[in-house]
Design a protein around this ligand. Structure first.
Ligand SMILES: CC(C)(COP(=O)(O)OP(=O)(O)OC[C@H]1O[C@@H](n2cnc3c(N)ncnc32)[C@H](O)[C@@H]1OP(=O)(O)O)[C@@H](O)C(=O)NCCC(=O)NCCS
Length: 169
């Protein structure tokens, strides 16, 4: 039976209004600003530069729509980095600016990454996440990822375990 429109409005959130495109070197400063706000031990600019050079790596950005951009504010509000190797998408990093969280933008970027992988022959998505990162764990569970193991002391900075998660497509 089809849901009545008022029922479906109660269940579905509107899709966030953002533009999604691939990162270029010109975006590096804006991306680093989000990275520094999102992580205690951020990646270096050099690591992002390297990702842009690998054929197997893709960095997707979420940007404020053109109509909402201000000259003095950066337009990048989030990013996802993933590798596509054979039939596997591996998510390396995903982050959203703190002021733009819980609006569906992280989910949107993940769905875009998964879809791009699927279109290019992937049948599996994998990632590692800190055991204490409840926000990210919530996002991945929301997308249907399931935990399949633990890598002890995976994050050397604090000796924290990683939860390994996969999504079968
Ligand atoms: C994790 C992160 C990327 C989520 O981005 P986001 O845009 O806020 O997430 P979304 O709004 O798309 O959330 C989609 C769903 O994921 C889950 N979720 C997201 N953040 C959550 C949180 N803090 N706690 C619990 N569940 C959460 C919810 O189910 C949410 O749906 P809902 O808002 O309808 O409840 C963001 O919190 C972030 O940048 N964190 C810092 C960087 C980081 O830890 N990255 C992950 C590295 S592995």
């Amino acid at each position: 039976m089809r849901a009545r429109s008022e029922d479906s409005q109660a269940v579905l959130k509107p899709a966030p209004l953002v533009e999604v495109r691939r990162m270029t070197l010109a975006d590096l400063e804006d991306v680093m600003a989000v990275e520094r706000l999102a992580f205690k031990n951020p990646w270096s600019a050099e690591l992002f530069r390297r990702e842009l050079m690998h054929d197997w790596s893709t960095v997707l950005l979420a940007l404020r729509p053109a109509s909402e951009r201000q000259a003095d504010a950066p337009s990048v509000i989030g990013f996802v980095i993933f590798w596509l190797v054979h039939d596997e998408v591996h998510i390396l990093n995903v982050a959203i600016h703190p002021t733009a969280r819980r609006q569906g933008i992280g989910r949107l970027l993940m769905v875009e990454a998964i879809e791009l992988g699927r279109l290019n022959g992937a049948s599996l998505v994998t990632l590692e996440v800190r055991r204490s990162n409840l926000g990210a764990l919530g996002l991945y569970r929301n997308l249907g990822f399931r935990p399949v193991g633990i890598r002890p002391n995976y994050y050397v900075d604090e000796g924290e375990d990683a939860v390994v998660m996969i999504l079968d497509m």
